[in-house]
Design a protein around this ligand. Structure first.
Ligand SMILES: [Zn+2]
Length: 320
């Protein structure tokens, strides 16, 4: 067979404890060039096969390569970003639709998701968590306490919240100026499992090529199994002692190809109120309205797409 023919399936590893317990799903390579999760899952799978790690309770499912086309191409995307607009589509219109059609039922069948990613530019690892408990229309949620409790044990000290909320604000801005947008485009793996009544954490384990990233991912899987009581492990993971919690509150789109940043911003670079971040092509300056951070700046953003996020300090996770 031609090695580069398009992938036709997903490998799924599953281990069932003989005692009842949580249903945990761990994903790797949702973005094809983010392979720390793949390595961590292969290592965990081997330890289970060798008998070094024993699943006692619940069901433990791992997908080492969630986007096999993007993985084969060593890229973030195959036809599109799998971690957006996640839903069942009939008929599927691209490769990622076909994957989502398998992935959505898998997410629905589990209680807890650990989604392992890495990032492009150097920085410290962090976990993305969902909203606080709420009965709103956008992302109603009742498992914030459990989600936070797990997030604190994944081996990172930095946490980011406010994704879908902020994304929805960006969508409103886009619609208001006549551009196309839909809030469901902001729905990825964790938003999907929350819609199904579960909880989910995206763990950004480090820079793509950081040799420590697969180790962090591996330890996070073990900490999750221990914390959920699915495998007996000593010592039990302790919560982060000084969590830094960052809340996204505003997204700015790029509106013109000549809109430009005033400097080469790094993600999570601190900014002060009034500091000028960017200049529109007509000379309008965009500045920070409060002290905080600039997050996910993308100097190559397409017109009408997210250009950068602003964030401030959150008091969740007992970090106030
Ligand atoms: Zn990613």
């Amino acid at each position: 067979m031609d090695k580069m023919s398009p992938p036709t399936g997903l490998s799924v590893y599953q281990f069932l404890g003989l005692q009842p317990g949580p249903k945990l799903l761990v994903l790797g390579a949702v973005h094809g060039n983010e392979t720390c999760g793949t390595k961590a899952i292969e290592r965990t799978q081997q330890e289970i096969l060798d008998g070094a790690l024993r699943i006692e309770r619940g069901s433990f499912t791992m997908v080492p390569i969630t986007n096999p086309l993007a993985y084969q191409l060593k890229r973030r995307h195959g036809d599109r970003n799998l971690n957006r607009n996640m839903r069942v589509t009939d008929p599927p219109l691209d490769f990622e639709d076909s994957v989502a059609n398998q992935l959505c039922p898998l997410l629905e069948a589990h209680d807890i998701l650990l989604d392992l990613h890495s990032f492009h530019t150097p920085g410290i690892p962090f976990a993305l968590i969902g909203p606080p408990n709420n009965c709103g229309d956008l992302e109603p949620f009742s498992k914030a306490d459990q989600e936070e409790s797990l997030a604190l044990r994944l081996g990172v000290d930095r946490f980011v919240e406010g994704w879908l909320d902020t994304y929805a604000q960006g969508v409103r801005d886009r619609l208001a100026r006549g551009a196309e947008a839909h809030v469901d485009y902001g729905v990825g793996t964790t938003e999907t499992i929350r819609r199904f009544g579960g909880m989910g954490i995206t763990l950004e384990c480090g820079q793509h090529d950081d040799e420590q990233a697969p180790e962090l991912a591996y330890r996070a899987i073990r900490a999750t199994l221990a914390h959920l009581g699915m495998a007996s492990m000593e010592p039990m993971p302790l919560p982060a002692r000084q969590p830094e919690v960052i809340r996204l509150y505003r997204v700015w789109d790029r509106l013109h190809a000549e809109d430009r940043f005033t400097q080469d911003w790094r993600s999570f670079q601190k900014i002060s109120r009034g500091e000028v971040i960017a200049e529109r092509h007509d000379g309008t300056e965009l500045s920070a309205d409060q002290d905080g951070w600039i997050v996910f700046p993308n100097p190559n953003a397409q017109v009408d797409q997210e250009w950068f996020y602003l964030a401030n300090r959150s008091d969740r996770l007992g970090s106030a």
